[in-house]
Design a protein around this ligand. Sequence first.
Ligand SMILES: NC(=O)c1ccc[n+]([C@@H]2O[C@H](COP(=O)([O-])OP(=O)(O)OC[C@H]3O[C@@H](n4cnc5c(N)ncnc54)[C@H](O)[C@@H]3O)[C@@H](O)[C@H]2O)c1
Length: 294
Amino acid sequence: MEIKTVGVVGCGLMGSGIAQICAEAGYSVIVREVNDALLKKGLGKIESFLAKGVEKGKVTPERKAEVLARLQGTTSLEKFAACDIVIEVVVESLQVKHELYQALDGICPAHTLFASNTSSLSITEMAAVTKRADRFVGLHFFNPVPLMKLVEVVRSPLTSPEAFEKAFAFAGSLGKTPIRATDKTGFIVNRLLVPYLLDAVRALEEGVGSVGDIDEGMRLGCGYPMGPFTLLDFVGLDTTYYIANIMFDEFREKRFASPPLLKRMVQAGLHGKKSGKGFYDYSQDPPKPVAGLV
Ligand SMILES: NC(=O)c1ccc[n+]([C@@H]2O[C@H](COP(=O)([O-])OP(=O)(O)OC[C@H]3O[C@@H](n4cnc5c(N)ncnc54)[C@H](O)[C@@H]3O)[C@@H](O)[C@H]2O)c1
């Protein structure tokens, strides 16, 4: 069955971006938040992203109105009975996701595909709590969703080839470049990126170089758009720490183990850009490396 209506569960950082690009691609979108205040906030983010586009002359007012008209916000899951695909974008907790999938399984028709945007949880484990494990995939988008081109499309051993190809084509229809991955924690990008970021923290701990010099080294020596500490601050140190722990738990390899400095910074509330301080202090313009970390 053709995908016409998309359900997005969660309108936070990632969910609002995913709902937006689905509406931009012409799909009818139902997006759910847990309460009215969060729904208003999430839809407000989409509205202001499009409004900035209008200000910059990149989006016409008519196009903005057309995209917003395709978006329907709700606080109830019952509306998802009309969806051909449901993308789950709630907090990274297996228990919360399990409860949600069990509820959605009873609401959605048999043909509805389920897709999780999880960064580190097992697609197989989530699929197994539903009666549609063959129609369950991972669709891993990147932050900020409207700007980042990549989507990792993930299959579990239970995903049917038809469901996988449908999800793959759907990701392409959103104007993204999909790549194929199997259900191994971290998929492709985090599998390679997380050990690199953790190694940068270890290099700092060992006194190989300063935050600024290591960042500059990777930017100018490797042509990366930003150094590892700038990227860590952007992703969130708490998020990186959480993903590293899940990956270490899965693979039991040192390269995925969180260095003590990362743990201490998370404990100290130095979560990166979102908390105002991480490896850099964002109260300064331009941000300055934080002194006394090691
Ligand atoms: N932040 C990133 O860079 C990024 C990138 C790729 C994937 N992801 C994944 O996307 C998902 C969402 O992350 P985010 O960054 O948008 O988080 P967020 O904190 O911005 O949003 C979390 C969402 O979960 C909802 N939620 C919280 N508790 C809930 C509950 N008990 N029941 C139902 N809903 C609940 C919130 O209302 C909100 O909509 C996670 O699985 C995360 O791993 C995040």
